[in-house]
Design a protein around this ligand. Structure first.
Ligand code: PPS
Length: 330
């Protein structure tokens, strides 16, 4: 069980590429925390996260970035709240905060330079925001299993974890667009594929992330989902998740939730589509890029966008990393 974090430098060449291609005021370099790539700002928070108190009625949604986290969060929140679509109008990060938000985005310099930039507590200190939340708490994290709070992994807690995974190529393409839109990435897609497959991006190594949770899949407190299954048969995933959360959903509830969770519906829903964040980034010149968070919502786009060389590289890499694990993607 991890109770302390060992920090190391990111390889010098990788660090140089990351610093050159990710250009924003809120990112000041990278480190490795127990071999996981994270921003240097994480060092200030890592131990606080490990030492966090956990509540038995917590529900955690965990994922590598861009694998369907927001979709899963909205599904989990709506099921848990007995389909309170009125309550779901509240901004998702308020009702389902992102634990690692503050370690990921260091706004200290921006706050000094832009005194009218008013940021909420879930941005300024996401850990404290979560500590102060009323129960039941719903918590998002991109941290790999080994960096989760120690007490969340303790057998004595009843807190639940829903993990969502997505195939590597689509995750990479979605992460590329995300990094341009929200994290100041200025490089091209080929360079991003190189960073992704060399496990140099935040929250990597990618397959270790998946396997860390996959190994927990038989724990009754853990539900392992796949984005591709949600696309193919959302109804079944809603029912499975309902069962896991102790909610027996009626047929009309499943249909209503399926509608609420459709890509079109979520794309137009400001509570979940992150448009308010994109607008703040523009207003305060934190990022200069166009696009939308709810981008395409498809399976297979990554393969279409990549060169044949990268498709081959991704396939070989996946084959090696997932060999004998029992985990596979369509
Ligand atoms: S984040 O920033 O890491 O939390 O992003 P995350 O929510 O994990 O992933 C965003 C991708 O999920 C897609 N998405 C959906 N697809 C289908 N249906 C619905 N309802 C839906 N909601 C979100 C979103 O479009 C991103 O994928 P891409 O491939 O970029 O479109």
């Amino acid at each position: 069980m991890t109770t302390e974090i060992k920090y190391a430098d990111v390889d010098g060449q990788v660090s140089e590429i990351l610093n050159k291609t990710f250009v924003t005021s809120f990112r000041n370099g990278y480190l490795k925390a127990n071999d996981v790539v994270l921003p240097v700002y994480y060092r200030k928070f890592g131990q606080r996260i490990l030492d966090m108190e956990i509540r038995d009625d917590d529900v955690w949604v965990c994922s590598y970035p861009k694998t369907g986290t927001t979709w899963t969060q909205e599904m989990v929140w709506c099921i848990s709240s007995d389909l309170d679509f009125e309550g779901a109008k509240q901004f998702l990060p308020e009702r389902f905060p992102f634990l690692d938000h503050t370690p990921l985005f260091d706004y200290e310099k921006d706050l000094l330079e832009k005194p009218d930039l008013k940021l909420p507590l879930y941005v300024l200190d996401s850990i404290e925001y979560i500590n102060r939340m009323k129960s039941p708490r719903y918590i998002k994290t991109h941290l790999p299993y080994k960096l989760l709070p120690t007490k969340l992994k303790d057998q004595s807690t009843k807190a639940k974890i829903v993990y969502v995974a997505r195939n590597a190529k689509d995750t990479c393409l979605s992460y590329f667009h995300h990094c341009r839109l929200l994290e100041g990435y200025k490089g091209n897609f080929d360079d991003f594929c190189k960073l992704f497959t060399s496990d140099s991006l935040c929250f990597s190594p990618f397959f270790d992330h998946l396997l860390g949770y996959w190994e927990q899949r038989n724990d009754p407190r853990v539900l392992f989902l796949k984005y591709e299954d949600m696309k193919r048969d959302l109804r079944s995933v809603i029912r499975r998740t309902g069962k896991f959360l102790g909610k027996d959903l009626a047929d009309d509830q499943v249909l209503a939730l399926e509608d609420h969770l459709s890509f079109e519906s979520m794309k137009n829903n400001r509570a979940v589509n992150y448009e308010p964040v994109i607008e703040i980034n523009k207003t305060y010149n934190l990022i200069d890029a166009d696009g939308s968070f709810m981008r395409s919502g498809k399976v297979g786009g990554g393969k279409e966008k990549m060169s044949q060389e990268f498709v081959k590289l991704f396939d070989e890499w996946e084959g090696e990393c997932l060999e004998n694990s029992g985990l596979s993607f369509d």
